[in-house]
Ligand binder design. Sequence first.
Ligand code: AGP
Length: 609
Amino acid sequence: MCGIVGYIGPQEATPIVLDGLRKLEYRGYDSAGIATLNQGKINISRAEGKLINLEKKLHEKPLTGQTGIGHTRWATHGRPSEVNAHPHNAGGFVVVHNGIIENYLDLKNQLREQGHNFISETDTEIIAHLVEQHFRDCGDFEAAVRNALSDVRGAYAVAILSDKEPGKLIAAKQGSPLVVGQGQGEYFVASDIPAMLSHTREMIFLEDGELVVFTAERMDITTLDGTPVEKAPKTITWSPVMAEKDGYRHFMLKEIYEQPRAIADTIAGRIREDHGEVFLEGLNLDDATLKGLERIYIVACGTSWHAALVGKFMIEKHARIPVEVDIASEFRYRDPLVNERTLTILISQSGETADTLAALREAHGKAGKVLAICNVVESSIARESDGVIYTHAGPEIGVASTKAFTTQLIALYLFTLHIGRVRGLLDQEACRQMLGELISLPRKVEQCLELDEAIEKASHGLMHVQDFLYLGRGNQYPIALEGALKLKEISYIHAEGYPAGEMKHGPIALIDEQLPVVVIAPHNETFEKVAANMEEVQARGGRVVAITDQAETGLADKAETVLVVPQTIDDLMPVLTTIPLQLLSYHIAVLKGTDVDQPRNLAKSVTVE
Ligand code: AGP
């Protein structure tokens, strides 16, 4: 949550920082601010609301200077307002911060006793005052920052400027992401890669406890206690265009349409169909370890948790290992039965979700093996895990996750094939056939996208309702949950996902002529039962939207809308049934006029508990 950006170099800082903030707005968007240093003087501009408000302000009153920091906020301490917007300034020490300072109340009281006055309700302002206080004692900017950061407990990624030593920009990280971009005679620092992609692809990923001092000429990375750290930049393969809307009205729509490409990229280079083999380059788990596993946990939040639920079906079916799926925020509080014969798979698009990271540490702490499925390269979860399978979805900017989800399903499928082969439960021929289906999937996703127009039409009749019910069975139950989550997130319509067989045990009481019920009914072993559920809904006056995979199923009499996706094997069908649900939520949200890419109260990556 929150995005920070910093720049030092020969160019004007404001346009670069603003451009970076635009790319990070998905991380928070309730207020924004920027500070520059010009001829030794600090200038600050802040505005409540989206970045556009800050841009308007800067248009009227530009900030000049070749060193700058900026922030886009997702409020934790203190409501969204200009006064709580970053940067915060205390005596010429200006700070932008992502994270939460846990001991901020104690520190605030101490600082008050030392004569400091606070203007905002934020925890961040404490950091500025702490640096000021330490500077009074030691007279050195860098030492003051190190001392201040040693006083704070909690999570932070910070960028700090001072008019006392105007040629410097200092940044540091503990628990919140921070990446350095190395340009030609200039440096960038930001919470995430897309903020810097239009300037450089050479990135250095900072670890917790590291601090960087930038001047226009050089950069020095050390630990907080001053030990030098050598780090070579990594070249990022994402292109700047991948982080742009590219003619689409919203990032979400662009990302929905990117799925055939994202899926193909996630498969590319990892399979040999003729040999029925899967190669997972970063897996880092040898065959003996995979054979010796007694249990797998899959742990994640939100949409990634829905992918985990689908993964359970695949892995249990083809590798015959018990799989438990946990919500990351619950995992560490229930003393899970992790040991050295346990594999914990963490799924996270961002690789920075605080609860998922904490679950990873819980599993590691109990000597379990840990595998990450992440989209963001070199993210904290990817780096701390024993192995990683990257989803090659490219940057996902829309807050509602789409292409990250379907590529997570692909990563789980690849892992399933691999472990199924290693454990001798899938033979070469079975694996070959399953890979054949996988290869044809991007084309089938394209066919699902052709439903767009029909879904847009159907959305007109569905946009005014208060509630939705989503039903699915087996591996389509998680897809019902995912469809409901997508709708809630971006259209603000209440929606619930239910296992179809549970309808009679309660939710059927909700059904009346106002309630649309989205039923996911591909032709598998439970098709007849799910079709019967549709009749039950219809008999009570409910409105059915059916997602199925064969045109001639007799569903036309049971549903007001029938959306037909192509056929595939049961393991991969969740990828296809997801697409119409993404489009349905997208069109309803657009018709309702909500902020599709940046829905209220949400942030793309939840880096606080
Ligand atoms: C999905 O649309 C969400 N915005 C959210 O549930 C998300 O999936 C969740 O916060 C997990 O994020 P992660 O995959 O980056 O860990």
